[in-house]
Design a protein around this ligand. Structure first.
Ligand SMILES: NC(=O)c1ccc[n+]([C@@H]2O[C@H](COP(=O)([O-])OP(=O)(O)OC[C@H]3O[C@@H](n4cnc5c(N)ncnc54)[C@H](OP(=O)(O)O)[C@@H]3O)[C@@H](O)[C@H]2O)c1
Length: 261
C-alpha cells in the first residue's frame, strides 16, 4: 500500500466523491475508502481504493497507517454514541502518521432542546483525538432536494443551503494545505437562506407541504415549531460564489432529480 496519502472516507458519497475529484485534479496522492469497490470504479487506476466498513477496526487502522490527513464523515449509526465512536477513532489513530482531520458537521447546532448529533460528535472528537481537526459546519446541501422537494417543512421555513461542490472544494483545500492547528470550526452557510416555497419555485413547481408521518414527525416538527438553532449568518460564512457550479441554478440544471419534484 502507498503511504503518505490523503485518505477520504465515504469516498463514493456525495461529498466524498467530489473531494476525491478535487484532490486528484490537484495531483495529490489519494486513498479512497468505501464499502463497495464497485461504487468507487470511476477512481480505479487514479487512487488507492480501500474497500471496507467504518465499523471494522482492522480496516480503519490499516487505512490510517498510510495517511497524513483525512476527510472524516461519520456514518449515521456511529453518531448514536459519540463518546464511544470518538474513543475508538482516538485509539485507532494512535501511532499513525495522521496529523490533520477535516470533519463534516452541521450548521444546525441545536434541535429539540439538544445539540445536534454531528455537533455532539465534534465535542467528543475534540476531547479524544490527539490531532488537528477542522469541523466544517455545513448548511443543508442542495442535494437534499433530491430526497423529495415536497416535505412536512412549513412553506415559509427558512434554512441555509449550500452546494456540495463548494463544501468539497473547501474541504479539499484544507486537506491539500493542512495549515490549521488545534480544534477549529468553520461555518459554511452557502449564498443565502431559502424558504421551501422559494426552492420549489426555483425548480418550477408550487410547494406542497406534506403531513407528518409517525416516522418523520420527530425530524420535521422541531423545525416548524422554531425549536432549533442555526449558526448566525455573517459576511465570513456566506459564500461568495466564486464558481457557477456553486449556485442553486447549477444544481437545478445539472444534478436535480426532476421527476421527484
Ligand atoms: N445532507 C445535508 O444537508 C448535510 C448537511 C450537513 C452535514 N451533512 C453530513 O454530511 C455527511 C456526508 O453527506 P453526503 O451527502 O456525502 O452523504 P452520502 O452521499 O450518503 O455519503 C456518505 C458515504 O458514507 C459511506 N458510508 C455509510 N456507512 C458506512 C459505513 N458503515 N462504512 C463505511 N462507509 C460508510 C457511504 O459509502 P458506501 O455506501 O459507498 O459504502 C456513503 O458513500 C452526511 O453523512 C451528514 O452527516 C449533511
Amino acid at each position: 500500500m502507498k503511504s503518505n496519502y490523503i485518505l477520504v472516507l465515504g469516498a463514493a458519497g456525495n461529498i466524498g466523491s467530489k473531494i476525491a475529484h478535487e484532490l486528484l485534479a490537484a495531483g495529490a496522492t489519494v486513498a479512497l475508502a468505501g464499502r463497495s469497490r464497485n461504487r468507487l470504479q470511476q477512481f480505479e487506476g487514479k487512487a488507492t481504493i480501500l474497500e471496507g466498513d467504518f465499523s471494522d477496526d482492522a480496516f480503519l487502522q490499516q487505512a490510517f497507517a498510510g495517511a497524513t490527513s483525512l476527510f472524516l464523515t461519520i456514518p449515521d449509526e456511529h453518531l448514536a454514541n459519540p463518546a464511544a465512536t470518538a474513543a475508538r477513532l482516538g485509539k485507532l489513530l494512535q501511532g499513525t502518521p495522521v496529523t490533520h482531520i477535516v470533519n463534516i458537521s452541521n450548521s444546525i447546532i441545536y434541535k429539540a432542546g439538544a445539540p445536534t448529533r454531528l455537533v455532539a460528535m465534534e465535542q467528543e472528537l475534540n476531547k479524544l483525538l490527539g490531532v488537528h481537526i477542522k469541523h466544517l459546519r455545513c448548511a443543508n446541501f442542495f442535494e437534499n432536494l433530491n430526497w423529495g422537494l415536497h416535505t412536512p417543512y412549513a412553506p415559509d421555513l427558512k434554512l441555509p443551503y449550500i452546494s456540495s461542490y463548494e463544501v468539497a472544494s473547501i474541504a479539499a483545500r484544507h486537506l491539500l494545505h493542512p495549515t490549521f492547528e488545534g480544534k477549529t470550526v468553520e461555518v459554511l452557510l452557502g449564498p443565502r437562506d431559502y424558504t421551501m416555497a422559494e426552492l420549489a419555485a426555483a425548480a418550477g413547481v408550487q410547494y406542497e407541504q406534506l403531513p407528518y408521518t409517525s416516522e418523520n414527525e420527530f425530524f420535521y416538527k422541531p423545525f416548524n415549531e422554531g425549536d432549533f438553532k442555526v449558526e448566525a449568518r455573517t459576511k465570513e460564512n456566506t459564500s461568495v460564489l466564486t464558481e457557477p457550479r456553486f449556485t442553486l441554478e447549477y444544481f437545478l440544471e445539472n444534478d436535480f432529480v426532476k421527476q421527484l419534484a
